[in-house]
Ligand binder design. Structure first.
Ligand code: NIG
Ligand code: FE
Length: 412
């Protein structure tokens, strides 16, 4: 099956050679071919180039005319909590009325509120609720997504979440990676017995999850009032014994030395980073750990934005992701994530698109197939509505500018 997209006004993120990640000033560069074609064979990008070299249409099964339109790789959303039960709209109103995210948690709301709802929801119901959200983000141009557990907080319910993630992976043409986030919050029962919960995580949950091969990564909420540096270290090390690489929530509200510890423990990514110290930046320099910012979380709960300029000016790479979850970001719309990174974090459109494609792919290890227009990669593409230029994507932040989404060569 061959599909030809012709007359593309701008073909974005064209990389002839596979690139792992982009850092510092490299992120300003987004290669574009004007007036381009792109040829898809089965589920792969077969070829692309200037319209002057466009192949003849005789042996083509389907032709898409993209006159005036922009084509780019689908978004890679490397940090979400897309699987959850119900929502937390009452807490949203509580925050409008003056309570902070921390105060809501201290009253038994927040993560524990979502855990209670999830424990009471059947696996099938959870699958139905989550698949609606996955279908929504596919329409919004996401072609690869990482999904975390962490609203179960018991062995049974964590397994339920991870099995739902597995079913989503089997049933949708999106690349999905699963992360075990049993260390999201201490359940009430273990409030004064942290070691008891950590033992449960390490001795029962991690082995059971590994046994069923349900996760790729291990995560923890490394934060004052949640998991300490020492507690997180135990969890990262226990996960790694079972082949789960750390991807850690850290520095959302406070900087307590967590980033250095994550880097030393081989974390693939450190996520949130609304608060960043010089020591944190030094720890990240020269490491393999990708910093991941979650701008729409800052937007929704009104906390500082990750200091992107500070990180980029220090020569570091940066990825951006949605953090889609019921508490701090009830949206998985990566178009809005890109716009918010430009508007609030002063990232240029080029930097934000790089952060949401190539660098996102690094942060969930799908770079061989996703994140750029490169021959041999999956043909997972966004075709926009006619635009003046791709700058309009973040500029017109409230408009739906997507015309078509192609995933693994198939028009959605
Ligand atoms: O990434 N910060 C920790 N975890 C989630 C939100 C959890 C929640 O409030 O449900 C986050 O923002
Ligand atoms: Fe998160």
């Amino acid at each position: 099956m061959k599909t030809l997209i012709k007359n593309i006004k701008e073909l974005l993120q064209v990389r002839d050679i596979h690139i792992d990640k982009l850092e510092g000033s490299e992120m300003k560069n987004l290669p574009v071919i004007q007036n381009a074609y792109l040829l898809i064979e089965n589920d792969n990008i077969k070829d692309y180039g200037s319209m002057m070299d466009c192949p003849s249409e005789t042996a083509i099964d389907k032709v898409i005319d993209a006159t005036g339109q922009t084509v780019l790789p689908t978004w890679v959303d490397s940090h979400t909590h897309l699987v959850y039960a119900g929502n937390r709209e009452l807490e949203f109103v509580d925050r409008i009325n003056g309570l902070s995210y921390e105060e809501i948690f201290e009253r038994g709301g927040g993560i524990l509120n979502s855990a209670k709802k999830l424990q009471e929801t059947s696996e099938d119901d959870l699958y139905q609720q989550s698949s609606k959200r996955l279908e929504e983000i596919i329409k919004q141009g996401t072609g690869a997504v990482e999904i975390k557990s962490g609203y179960g907080l018991t062995l049974e319910s964590e397994l339920k979440m991870l099995r739902v993630i597995k079913r989503l992976k089997e049933n949708y043409p999106v690349a999905i990676k699963a992360t075990f986030l049993g260390a999201h919050a201490f359940p009430t029962k273990y409030k004064d017995n942290h070691q008891g919960y950590i033992d449960l995580l390490i001795n029962e949950m991690i082995p059971a999850i590994a046994q069923e091969n349900l996760a790729n990564y291990i995560d923890a909420f490394l934060e004052t009032g949640y998991f300490s540096v020492a507690e997180t270290e135990k969890i990262m090390q226990a996960g790694q014994k079972y082949g789960l690489t750390p991807k850690i929530h850290v520095n959302q509200f406070t900087a307590i030395g967590g980033i250095k510890s994550c880097v030393e423990n081989g974390a693939l990514s450190v996520d949130h980073l609304e608060v960043v110290t010089e020591e944190d930046i030094e720890a990240l320099k020269g490491s393999k750990t990708m910093p991941v910012a979650l701008p729409t979380c800052s937007f929704f709960i009104s906390i500082p934005y990750t200091p992107a300029r500070k990180l980029l000016d220090a020569g570091l790479p940066l990825a951006i992701a949605s953090d889609s979850n019921p508490g701090t970001t009830p949206s998985g719309n990566m178009n809005f994530v890109v716009a918010t990174a430009c508007i609030k974090m002063r990232m240029t459109p080029e930097e934000a698109i790089n952060a949401a494609t190539i660098n996102g792919a690094y942060a969930m290890e799908v770079g061989t197939d996703y994140g750029s227009i490169t021959k041999g990669k999956k043909a997972s593409l966004i075709i926009t509505k006619p635009l003046n230029s791709f700058y309009e994507l973040p500029y017109a932040f409230g408009s739906n500018l997507i015309d078509k989404v192609i995933l693994n060569g198939e028009l959605q």
